[in-house]
Design a binder for this molecule. Sequence first.
Ligand SMILES: *[C@@H]1O[C@H](CO)[C@@H](O)[C@H](O)[C@H]1NC(C)=O
Ligand SMILES: *[C@@H]1O[C@H](CO)[C@@H](O)[C@H](O)[C@H]1NC(C)=O
Ligand SMILES: *[C@@H]1O[C@H](CO)[C@@H](O)[C@H](O)[C@H]1NC(C)=O
Ligand SMILES: *[C@@H]1O[C@H](CO)[C@@H](O)[C@H](O)[C@H]1NC(C)=O
Ligand SMILES: *[C@@H]1O[C@H](CO)[C@@H](O)[C@H](O)[C@H]1NC(C)=O
Ligand SMILES: *[C@@H]1O[C@H](CO)[C@@H](O)[C@H](O)[C@H]1NC(C)=O
Ligand SMILES: *[C@@H]1O[C@H](CO)[C@@H](O)[C@H](O)[C@H]1NC(C)=O
Ligand SMILES: *[C@@H]1O[C@H](CO)[C@@H](O)[C@H](O)[C@H]1NC(C)=O
Length: 677
Amino acid sequence: TRDSAMTPPDAPGDRTLDRRARLHSTCHPLILAHLSGNVGVLHVLESEENLDWVLRSGLNPPYLVILDSPLFTRSIMMKLKNGSSRVAGVAVVAPSTNPPDGVSPHTNCPNENTGVYTEKYDPALAHCNVTVWNPLGSGLSYEEFDFPIFSLKDDNDTKVIRQCYMDHNRAVNGSAPQHPLCAMQLLSHMSAVTDTATCMRRSDLSAFSLSLDTVCDPLADFNVWASTRPLNNTAKGHKEGESVVVAAARLDSRSFFFDVAPGAESSVSGFVALLAAAHALRSVTQEAPPPRNILYAFFQGETFDYIGSSRMVYDMEKKHFVVDLDNIHSLLEIGQVGLRVNSSLWLHSDPVSRKNSSVDGEVKKLLESLRAGAAGLNVSLAEPSFSQPLPPSSFQRFLRARPIPGVVIQDHQSSFTNRFYESMYDNAGYLDISYPPDLTPEQQLQFVTDTATALTEVATVVARSLYAQAGGDQARLSSINADPQMVTQMLYGFLVRSNNSWFQQLVPSNLMSFLADRPTNLYVGVLNQHSELTMLVQHLLANLTGTTVNITQENCNYQREDEQDKMFFYVWVQGAAPPNATEREGFCTRSTVRLTSALSPAFDLQEYTSKDYSTWTESRWKSISGRIFLVAGHELEMLTLGVGLGVLITSLLLTYAMSAKADILFSSGREPVNATY
Ligand SMILES: *[C@@H]1O[C@H](CO)[C@@H](O)[C@H](O)[C@H]1NC(C)=O
Ligand SMILES: *[C@@H]1O[C@H](CO)[C@@H](O)[C@H](O)[C@H]1NC(C)=O
Ligand SMILES: *[C@@H]1O[C@H](CO)[C@@H](O)[C@H](O)[C@H]1NC(C)=O
Ligand SMILES: *[C@@H]1O[C@H](CO)[C@@H](O)[C@H](O)[C@H]1NC(C)=O
Ligand SMILES: *[C@@H]1O[C@H](CO)[C@@H](O)[C@H](O)[C@H]1NC(C)=O
Ligand SMILES: *[C@@H]1O[C@H](CO)[C@@H](O)[C@H](O)[C@H]1NC(C)=O
Ligand SMILES: *[C@@H]1O[C@H](CO)[C@@H](O)[C@H](O)[C@H]1NC(C)=O
Ligand SMILES: *[C@@H]1O[C@H](CO)[C@@H](O)[C@H](O)[C@H]1NC(C)=O
């Protein structure tokens, strides 16, 4: 018998994995990949009719189905799900260009049950009754599949896989293909079981046994915030005399596949506009400080039932945050603003809280500030009809606590303009970010795209409005301008390549490994980790709102420790190398930037079936890989299985030993959870 491995195992990191094993107490999408990997005979699906071969007529199940992305639809995936006994796995070939029609694997009513619009708040507005925000949403990301689903780049390896199928497995003229058949194995072990309540209970118990059996971790990360006037971080809770205008944006995004969550329109457009606005406000708030403070808040984990904003509100209620809800004057949130039609921005507000005349009055003042901010700019502001509720937004979590006056800025009047919400196609190309040919990466970084120019306008409106809303001198508004150069560099850094010369200057040398030659992955982290996105936004915000202080590195690090719980965040960043030199010249940046926990309160309260707070956890998973090979017949399959079991047992022993060790090693080296920066 001849069993040839046709391709070497894929290079690690080449393949994107569907890390969709995110658990939830009510719905639990989860992959139960077999421990020894999922092996199946390759079948390249050519059309939906062709499914019959996989689900019924094919003689050699289980099949490992290769799908071109146009066939990665809800209809086909649900048929595969229902016939999952004959399906070993699915690999989706990702196209290099976006499809012409909209695609969204997200639900059509995002965060339906954890926003403010519950039956209790207003039954007429609950469950997207008035506006279905994401009409293209298929909900595929929230289905549970019994087999692993991978995404493959459309590259040479994928060609080899297709060729192997063509040569060996394709049924010609209806006759059954002959052995040997081309088979594929996907290795992607997920440890978790059932749902959050079950796996957290298991993890809790094992906390005493060095968490050898930890099978899932809460989704968690850090919110990033800063204020125009420094706030004493030791004194938590209410601050007498402090009146704060909150300027908020969300950070994270997702897609069906873990590694490709670019979130260009859904997140990047909003938080880049807010970062640019904060930069535009730096000098004016120092020269002519407005009477109110402005607090910039960037929320993590919003995609998964508002983890970050619900945590900040919870901390404010429990007096664990630097200010409390009484200190909040009003709130302005920047949502999806990258796809404006006719330069319009839509100002969304909450019809329920506005029934109260004093809240309504404050919202009207905020709308006035926005009009003042947009005066003389090529941006037209409009309000949706009064009866429409807020779109999904962090502000909803503040409204759940109390009727705070606030406005959410979006580029859509009713349902999203975004046709690729929370999908892998919500990328730089979708925002029309492109560069003339032959530019070096350095030139691309500097090149001001039309998208950047348009977003700069939004940032200017936001900056001026915030200054007006904070009670600043109206005569200064026209001098506040966002910088298109900063906006274009941020868009490049988040959507094209985070490992660029600008980002390199802004981060400390020990965080260089977070930078990569690809777009930033916007997936939220898990407990005890912060994601590359949080790190980048933290240091960008420090650079854009802070000042450099002329002190030595040693002194800077000392200040960093010393100021941990006081007014400022000090960080020694790499800087650039001067001309003709190879050594970078670092410098010290002082800012008011802080990180605070974005762990859902449900985990502190141990309410794993909470209806109020996010309960998403993520399965532990091992590195993934795949290989294809030929199987000669039934006998050989049995042989392969035997070998597979042998390998499994040794690898179990190995991983058991390794994870025991890893835990000891890592738990001491990890940064403490509650550290603020
Ligand atoms: C893919 O294959 C072609 C032709 O065999 C080759 O020219 C090209 O360099 C390969 N690409 C990669 C990324 O290996
Ligand atoms: C398949 O059938 C067509 C016509 O029925 C015939 O021309 C062709 O040679 C057949 N192909 C093979 C591989 O038998
Ligand atoms: C910050 O607050 C703490 C506790 O209330 C107080 O002891 C400290 O003096 C304050 N620091 C400054 C700089 O105001
Ligand atoms: C309106 O809201 C304010 C502040 O939240 C509250 O004090 C007042 O009682 C409310 N008025 C009515 C009529 O509900
Ligand atoms: C980032 O780019 C630098 C060159 O500018 C390169 O030396 C480094 O290896 C890159 N880092 C990563 C993680 O790709
Ligand atoms: C921000 O970074 C730039 C380098 O790109 C540097 O020149 C500037 O001084 C930095 N500003 C602060 C406040 O750190
Ligand atoms: C920084 O401080 C050093 C010594 O304290 C001084 O020589 C240098 O000129 C200062 N640099 C700037 C830019 O002020
Ligand atoms: C850098 O080197 C070039 C050629 O080696 C020289 O002409 C130039 O003056 C140098 N620049 C500086 C700032 O030293």
